[in-house]
Write a protein of this length. Structure first.
Lengths: 239, 290
């Protein structure tokens, strides 16, 4: 555990000084504002046609999550710091050569990567969910039933696009030397998944009493699968 | 005498390259020069020792421990220098030092600063501002700042000018004086190994073709030159990389003393350099045969 916390600290420093930090901060601000604006706009629909307008809003959220969460957050926070450009090609960053030459086991290093991704992605999801709720509350003074569904929807979409995709992508980066193909496959699968589910189904899911247990189980399961597969492949592969 | 590094029948397969049945041993206090042409397998051996590559078969022991099962314990005692920079370019040297220091129980900050000072490296400068030679010096400073018992260096002198190279070799010479440290030093610049290596291991096309002490090699081996008529009279097992030309033949003679006794003045026997040995063993000289 002690070595893992050192590796975690090392990871954070690597990401902080990877050169992407300003870009990362700008994306965080933009996406925070977008989340807030999404909540602020949701107010108008709530007082007009109820569920129909709410489903339209879910559709908007789906589009924003598809493009925004994935590109603004997951790529910038979890993929770019793991890559480097050499001879005009994206490569898996050689950063692993340094930590793996230090007294850290592969398992500890992989776990520290997942710990960083898991914690930070959940914090981001909570932040964006908090901001959409703030947007709704600021405009109407309360959340209301529809507002709560909007907040749950935003949480679910971001949990998928940021936490699940982020963890699976880190697993792919750790597990495969040439990682662009598996990472692209994860992105395409996640986007297709969101795209193919009708907003009405999303509404029914977010309005159901099973929402929180199901979403919690989904997060835990995806994260566990990512950690198990990523760590196991990383322990066996050449650096 | 403690065996610090031991590889036994290690094999590693890649798509276009195979490291085959590699066995070698290095005792405490010695410097092993891993020599071979580019692509011969030197870096693969080093990466296998460092557990950056996973072996397909065989055993690798460092300080008597399996290098996968006791990876952390072993790496506490290893200093490493690779042929390319692996440290983050955007960080200042002092920051990299403080990050790395967290991992080592025996990190000596005073010694780290002393080395930076000795190498004229400003702790406040970013690594990206340094030349290749200076980056290499920084890597060496890090490797020497945690009392590493085994120092593994993969082509540390390639691409460096002769002054830098000499400085690094002198430094290695100094740190070996206490007899407690062991060094594995890979290079295709064989003149560097002539200066510091106690043991020479020659790697060619994924195989260890020779591993023996430098002194023994220099005592036994000779470059033998003689008339063509003699070639059939010499035991073929004595010769390596025979080259025949209009005037006679030349080859690396593995039994220099015996050849001198048997053939006397009819042959010329010269002391070989590591480069001679490497070239004759690689078999590339055969390409010039008539």
């Amino acid at each position: 555990m002690h070595a893992m916390s050192k590796a975690m600290k090392f990871n954070l420093a690597m990401i902080t000084y990877s050169g992407y930090l300003p870009f990362l901060i700008v994306m965080l601000i933009i996406y925070s504002l977008l989340s807030y604006a999404m909540g602020f706009n949701t107010h108008f629909t709530r007082h007009e046609t109820g569920i129909g307008e709410l489903i339209d809003r879910i559709e908007d959220m789906r589009e924003l999550a598809y493009s925004g969460s994935l590109i603004f957050i997951t790529v910038v926070f979890y993929i770019l710091p793991l890559t480097r450009v050499r001879n005009g090609r994206f490569e898996n960053a050689s950063a692993a050569v340094l930590p793996l030459s230090l007294p850290v086991s592969r398992r500890e290093y992989a776990h520290s990567r997942f710990l960083y991704t898991g914690i930070s992605s959940l914090l981001l999801v909570i932040l964006f969910t908090g901001l959409i709720a703030t947007g709704i509350w600021c405009r109407s003074g309360s959340l209301g039933a529809e507002g709560r569904i909007a907040v749950r929807t935003w949480f679910a979409l971001n949990a998928l696009m940021i936490n699940a995709v982020g963890m699976l992508s880190v697993a792919a980066c750790l597990g495969a030397k040439i990682f662009l193909i598996p990472v692209s496959a994860i992105f395409i699968a996640a986007s297709a998944f969101i795209w193919l589910i009708p907003p009405e189904c999303i509404y029914q899911f977010t309005a159901s009493p099973f929402f929180w247990p199901v979403i919690a189980a989904f997060i835990i399961l995806t994260d566990m699968v990512s950690v198990l597969f990523g760590t196991s492949l990383f322990r066996k592969r050449d650096i | 005498m403690e065996t610090v590094v031991e590889l036994r029948n290690v094999t590693k397969d890649f798509k276009n390259f195979r490291l085959e049945d590699v066995s070698l041993a290095l005792e405490r206090g010695y410097t092993m020069g891993l020599v071979g042409a580019n692509g011969a397998g030197k870096t693969t051996i080093i990466k296998l020792i460092m557990n950056l590559l996973r072996k397909d078969s065989g055993t690798i022991k460092v300080f008597g421990m399996d290098n996968q099962a006791f990876e952390k314990e072993i790496k506490q005692r290893i200093g490493f220098v690779y042929d390319e920079n692996i440290y983050p370019d955007n960080l200042r040297l002092c920051r990299i030092g403080s990050l790395i220091s967290n991992f080592y129980k025996d990190w000596d900050q005073e010694r780290f600063e002393k080395y930076l000072n000795r190498f004229d490296l400003d702790p406040k400068i970013k690594l990206s501002k340094l030349s290749r030679g200076m980056k290499m010096k920084f890597s060496i400073a890090v490797a020497l700042s945690h009392n590493a018992e085994l120092i593994i260096m993969d082509e540390p002198t390639s691409g460096l000018d002769p002054v830098f190279r000499r400085e690094i070799l002198d430094l290695l010479h100094n740190i070996m004086e206490d007899g407690e440290r062991t060094i594995i030093f890979s290079s295709h610049i064989t003149s560097d190994l002539d200066r510091i290596a106690d043991v020479i291991t020659l790697v060619d096309n994924g195989k260890i073709v020779l591993s023996m002490s430098y002194d023994e090699m220099m005592r036994k081996y000779r470059v033998l030159k003689g008339p063509k008529v003699l070639i059939d009279k010499i035991d073929p097992s004595w010769l390596q990389g025979v080259r025949i030309n209009r005037f006679g033949f030349d080859a690396l003679c593995l039994e220099g003393e015996k050849a001198a006794r048997e053939f006397g003045n009819t042959v010329v026997l010269e002391k070989p350099s590591i480069e001679d040995i490497m070239v004759y063993y690689s078999g590339k000289v055969g390409a010039c045969n008539e």
